[in-house]
Ligand binder design. Structure first.
Ligand code: UDP
Length: 238
C-alpha cells in the first residue's frame, strides 16, 4: 500500500445508473469491466475493498410506488435488483482474477452468502472483495444508507462515493457550467445546504461515526486508487 494513503479499508458505493453505460437501462458489460479494472487496481495497491451497489438501473421503489404498486413490495424489488447487479459485478471482478464474495441482506442461500458481519470482516482480511447486496434489507431505505451502514460495520477508513462528476458542486455542473466545486466540506454543511452527495441518513451516519466520504467520478482506469491515495480529483466530506 502507498505509504501516504490513510485509507486502508474502503467501501465503494456505486449507483446502479453507473453500471448502465450509455444505454438507458440495465447492465453494460463494458462499463462493468471498467469498474472491475478500477477495483482490481485498488486491491493491487494493498487496500481492502468492499462494495455496495445500487439498483436504479433496473428498478426503483419510489417509481414503482408512483405507478400504483405497494411501496414495500416495490422496495423489495429494488433490493432484488441490487442482487442482480452484485452478481454481474462479482463475475467481472473474478474475470480480473480477484477473489470475491457476495453477501445479501436478504438471505438467498442458493445465490450468495447471507450478510454476516464477522464473516465479511474475515473475507476482507483475507484480501477478498466483498459485495454487499440487497441494501439494508429494509424497505424505505436506500443503498446510500446501506453503504454508510456497512462502512461503519466494517470499520472502513473511508467511504468512496462514485458519481458522474469529479466531486460535489453547488449545482449540477452539466446544466450549470459555472457551478461552484467544493474541495472540502463538512457533513453539517452538506446537510444544511442540501447538497446532493448522498441522502441525509447516510451523511448523518457517516458524521456520527467519523467516516470521511470521498466523492469522485469513477470512469478512468485507476481513478479510485488515485483518489484513495490522495492523488486524484475528489471532494472530501469530513
Ligand atoms: N432499497 C430499499 N432498501 C435499501 C436499499 C434499497 O428498499 O436498504 C430499494 C429502493 O426501492 C431503491 C432500490 O432498492 O429505490 C434501489 O436502490 P437505490 O435507489 O439506492 O439505487 P441507486 O440509486 O444507488 O442505483
Amino acid at each position: 500500500m502507498s505509504a501516504e494513503s490513510p485509507y486502508r479499508r474502503v467501501l465503494l458505493k456505486l449507483s446502479g445508473e453507473g453500471l448502465m453505460g450509455t444505454a438507458g437501462y440495465g447492465i453494460d458489460p463494458e462499463r462493468i469491466r471498467e469498474v472491475a479494472e478500477d477495483v482490481a487496481l485498488l486491491v493491487e495497491g494493498g487496500h481492502e475493498v468492499c462494495l455496495v451497489i445500487g439498483g436504479g438501473n433496473i428498478f426503483r421503489g419510489v417509481k414503482g410506488a408512483a405507478e400504483g404498486m405497494d411501496r414495500t413490495s416495490a422496495d423489495y424489488m429494488g433490493m432484488l435488483a441490487t442482487v442482480m447487479n452484485a452478481l454481474a459485478v462479482q463475475s467481472a471482478l473474478e474475470a480480473q482474477g480477484l477473489h470475491t464474495r457476495v453477501q445479501s441482506a436478504i438471505p438467498m442461500d442458493a445465490v450468495c452468502e447471507p450478510y454476516i458481519r464477522r464473516r465479511a470482516i474475515r473475507h476482507l482480511e483475507k484480501g477478498r472483495v466483498v459485495i454487499f447486496a440487497a441494501g439494508t434489507g429494509n424497505p424505505f431505505f436506500t443503498t446510500d444508507t446501506a453503504a454508510a451502514l456497512r462502512a461503519v460495520e466494517m470499520n472502513c477508513d473511508a467511504l468512496l462515493k462514485a458519481t458522474q462528476v469529479d466531486g460535489v458542486y453547488a449545482a449540477d455542473p452539466k446544466t450549470n457550467p459555472d457551478a461552484e466545486r467544493f474541495e472540502r466540506l463538512s457533513y453539517t454543511e452538506v446537510l444544511a445546504r442540501d447538497l446532493k452527495v448522498m441522502d441525509a441518513a447516510a451523511i448523518a451516519l457517516a458524521r456520527e461515526n467519523r467516516i470521511p466520504i470521498l466523492v469522485f467520478a469513477l470512469g478512468s482506469t485507476g481513478g479510485a486508487r488515485a483518489v484513495v491515495e490522495g492523488r486524484g480529483r475528489f471532494t472530501l466530506v469530513s
